[in-house]
Design a protein around this ligand. Structure first.
Ligand SMILES: Cc1cc2nc3c(=O)[nH]c(=O)nc-3n(C[C@H](O)[C@H](O)[C@H](O)COP(=O)(O)O)c2cc1C
Length: 355
């Protein structure tokens, strides 16, 4: 079996799966800004993958080569669908499969899926076994979960470790805690000790509240873990996985060109097939940290189309350049191509997939 997890240099830094955030477009943007060691898809329902709405569900699985190694995260309740999904994901070229056993959203939990499985260990085992059987000999299966349901429950963690996933990501909160309390990184050490005590090869990845690579390094070292998964931190700094660049190094012009490039890629990829407002949350990321950003953000958060957004950004850029530059220079900036920096240009902030 090709187990990419064993080829990665530690500590392993991973972009967390985030519904309606980490689609192929965002993953490509992050890969250009500073590449994490591993990407995950948004969670994808295995029942939906074989339903009439399959085409819509499978948008979550769209990907490009720039996003490797890429793990497909799946969820559901019927082991036979996990088996079929594993086969399909191998055919689609994924590098690994992750089982979501931690999402606290009431809609999925009430179905007994995701974090609901913490309270149904026989089904959790059947799902892991069925996915492994489907992926057998081809790609590794990992699990992402929380520290427990209502209370911290190391028996749950031991139970998952006994199923020998290739990697176990622990979001260091219980399900009941949602995201309302600071992540209990101090508990990760117990998870690592437990893994060591049973002589397991499972990689332990900590998750929750990591703000930067240096923060990740410190938390991982204290826990003795193999890596960290980072999610919301990218809203403050899309360059979070870069060793050399951060968003605050960028000029307002550069931030606006990144916004336009991101939007262009989104439009080229999704056209009319996705709802435009899901893109607007990223405008706040780029329109920040410079004079006039707040007013610009307010305008951008009300836009309904890419054209309207582009118009606002172009006027902003023109106003900015006419303040600082000669008319010729201002024209050049407003006409600059809307492309993400090439991987070569982004190299300074680019980590290889094995680093
Ligand atoms: C908007 C949003 C969507 C999320 N979607 C998923 C998901 O699809 N699958 C999953 O396992 N976790 C999901 N999560 C949880 C994150 O992967 C991560 O565990 C959590 O945000 C804590 O990490 P952070 O503090 O670095 O963000 C989501 C979180 C957010 C904020």
């Amino acid at each position: 079996m090709k187990n990419f997890w064993n080829t990665l240099e530690k500590p392993i830094f991973i972009l967390a799966p985030m519904e309606d955030v980490t689609d192929t477009v965002l993953r490509q943007v992050i890969a250009q800004c500073g590449k994490p060691a591993v990407f995950f898809t948004e969670f994808t329902n295995v029942e939906g993958m074989f339903s009439k709405g399959e085409k819509f569900v499978n948008q979550r699985l769209r990907h490009t080569e720039a996003e490797r190694p890429l793990v497909a995260q799946i969820w559901g309740t019927r082991p036979e669908n996990f088996f079929k999904a594993a086969k399909k994901l191998i055919d689609m070229g994924f590098d690994g499969i992750d089982l979501n056993m931690g999402c606290p959203a009431s809609g999925v939990m009430q179905k007994g899926a995701c974090s609901g499985l913490i309270n149904n260990r026989p089904l959790a085992k059947e799902i892991i076994d069925a996915t492994k059987a489907g992926a057998e000999g081809y790609i590794p299966v990992s699990v992402k979960t929380r520290l427990g349901f209502r209370a911290i429950d190391f028996e749950w963690i031991r139970f998952v470790l006994e199923q020998q996933p290739a990697a176990l990501t622990v979001h260091a909160r219980t399900v009941s805690e949602m995201s309302k309390v600071p992540a209990h990184w101090d508990k990760l050490k117990t998870v690592v000790d437990m893994r060591n005590a049973i002589n397991s090869d499972t990689l332990i990845i900590g998750n929750g509240d990591v703000k930067s690579l240096s923060d990740a390094r410190q938390k991982v070292a204290e826990a003795g873990a193999d890596g960290a998964m980072i999610g919301r931190g990218i809203f403050e700094n899309p360059y979070l996985f870069s060793e050399t660049t951060t968003l605050s190094d960028k000029t307002p012009e550069e931030k606006m060109h990144l916004l336009l490039a991101h939007m262009q890629l989104w439009t080229d990829t999704w056209g009319e097939s996705k709802h435009f407002p899901v893109l607007r949350k990223f405008f706040k990321v780029y329109a920040s940290g410079f004079p006039g950003a707040q007013e610009l953000r307010i305008q951008l958060m009300e836009t309904q189309t890419p054209e309207e957004t582009e118009q606002i950004v172009t006027s902003f850029l023109q106003a900015l350049s006419s303040r600082h530059l000669s008319p010729v220079e201002a024209e050049e900036i407003s006409m600059a191509p809307r492309r993400l920096p090439s991987p070569a240009n982004a190299q300074a902030g680019h980590r290889s997939s094995t680093s």
